[in-house]
Write a protein that binds this ligand. Structure first.
Ligand SMILES: [Zn+2]
Length: 302
């Protein structure tokens, strides 16, 4: 049964809206975005900013470059990489991939849904990885796909990344079933989402239809729900064994400063890593060989 909570319980005060920006970009920005295609725009911006912010003070694990500082983004200082545009959550995820998963240890196929440029630029070139990306309309994607109806055979992917997507999807349970279907035995999926930890149950309100209403209720104009602490239950219901972790808490202080990570307050779970496998056995195999004995507690983020 769907956990439906009335809109009147929308998070008041400093909600997700402040975190995720305005209802719509200004007209000039929208015009510029249309003029220069996304991959080229990212490369151009990265080249220019990388030169301006050349330095050794901070380091981006996603693009393996160092800079004098990270750039502000939506009110947050030290948030965005000048080179690849990575945000805190991309950088913490890259550290997780390197330190906690077997991604760099074995060949395989990856499906990256709604590809983020900061992750894609290195993943697509990784030796031994057959990289496939898909999105409903992103110019960064190899294939136009609907995550509720993924046009690939069952069990075709060893690794799957789908971040900050499910809160946009009309039927997230159907999307999760599809993700589960295309994942090979022994494979894993990372499914990060904005989670409001103050909420026990996910907020869904089918009457919030306009961008302004959705921004007010869910915190962003194109979100259709605001996940609560029961997000993990949805993943579990889809058949996953979930390791949910505030991975930034596992990173040493020097990494937090050097890699521009964010220690979030207790309310927001934008950067929690939700690592999903098909069974308990697979969970052990999917982790880096040298990290297997020291597996952190499951569902630590929930
Ligand atoms: Zn970078």
């Amino acid at each position: 049964m769907r956990a439906v909570t009335p809109a009147i319980e929308a998070t008041p005060g400093r909600g997700f809206g402040a975190e995720h920006g305005p209802v719509e970009d200004p007209p000039l920005k929208r015009a510029l975005l249309r003029l220069v295609p996304a991959p080229r725009r990212q490369r151009l911006l990265g080249a220019v900013r990388g030169t301006i912010y050349r330095g050794e003070e901070v380091e981006c694990p996603c693009c393996q470059s160092s800079f004098s500082r990270f750039l502000p983004h939506r009110g947050r200082e030290q948030a965005k990489c000048p080179g690849c545009g990575s945000l805190e959550r991309h950088r913490v995820l890259w550290l997780f991939l390197e330190r906690e998963t077997d991604l760099f240890e074995r060949p395989g196929a990856m499906l990256h849904i709604a590809p983020e440029y900061a992750l894609q630029r290195r993943l697509a070139r990784l030796p031994g990885l057959r990289y496939v990306s898909g999105d409903i309309d992103s110019p960064l994607a190899d294939h136009l796909i609907d995550v509720m109806d993924i046009p690939f055979a069952a069990a075709g992917f060893d690794f799957l990344i789908c971040n900050h997507v499910l809160e946009h999807v009309e039927d997230d349970r159907r999307a999760l079933a599809e993700i589960r279907r295309v994942l090979a035995p022994g494979g894993w999926a990372i499914l990060m989402c904005p989670v409001d930890r103050r909420r026990a149950t996910t907020l869904e309100d089918p009457t919030a239809m306009t961008p302004a209403e959705r921004h007010r209720v869910f915190g962003q104009s194109d979100h259709v729900r605001l996940y609560g602490r029961d997000y993990v239950d949805r993943l579990t219901d889809a058949g996953f064994v979930v390791r949910a972790e505030r991975y930034v808490e596992a990173c040493e202080s020097s990494s937090v400063a050097r890699f521009g990570l964010r220690r979030e307050d207790d309310a927001f779970g934008d950067e929690d890593v939700f690592f999903c496998v098909g069974s308990e056995d697979e969970e052990g195999r999917a982790q880096r060989s040298d990290s297997r004995p020291r597996r952190p507690a499951r569902n630590a983020a929930a």
